[in-house]
Design a protein around this ligand. Sequence first.
Ligand SMILES: [Zn+2]
Length: 287
Amino acid sequence: VGRLHVLSDHASGDPGRVLDEVADALRGLLRDEGLSEDDLVAVGVGSAGLVDAASGVLRTSPNLPGWRDVPVRAELAARLRPPVRLINDAAAFLAAEWLAGAATGVDHALFVTLGTGVGGGLILDGRPYRGPTGLGGEIGHMSIDLDGPSCPCGNRGCLERFVARGAIERLAVELGLAAEGADNPKRVHERAEAGDPRARRLFAEVGRRLGAGLAGLANLLEPRLIVVGGGIAAANAFFLPAARAELEIRSMVARQYSLPIVPARFGPEAGIVGAALVAGRGDERFA
Ligand SMILES: [Zn+2]
């Protein structure tokens, strides 16, 4: 990643105008690097939401409420010369970490992203796996509590409700951190770094919950490596030790051999790196 150009405050804007700005920003990046459009091999787009990778159409996206059935690939291809590829952001994260990141060369690996929600990805037998129609791999929506809080997915007690941003914010209220201004994961992380025992206890609890969820997956899939990314993974030093301990307690597979849980290599750029790699290599395994 040479340079990151951030466009903001356009989430609900007209798709055509936003894509105009994306194309302009890309040309600007090329100029800044002393390159021209002829040097561009491919353009990769990673987007949250329901993506039809085969047709390059973004069906719906939680972050772009006004966007429905937008032909992102065709629209960008009309603005830029090289081939354009559109994939889901979770697939882009998986691609970045598997092709060039923490799980490079690992044939059996599990990927989890912790942020507003919990995303997931699987590499099984050396290939990405998402089920016959791409609906699989939803690690965040396994129940870890039968009667737990309801989840927008229709289930109750999903892992997502226990380890994602909302769970951290609820724990921050319970522990009195929110009342002192540490009311989101970033601020709680800062407090943990400053040595606040409540913030450290909070992350240890999140790690314990995560480890419990991962134990079931480890028993089911026998991965050789688990990669944890997403915004909350910035605080991995405070929750991965508890996750590892819980995984070992609960998973017979993890007890058979050392099953490492490691932080992702790419931070917020994972989606960008993954989409670019997939587009540049013409790799058809990711959707
Ligand atoms: Zn759910």
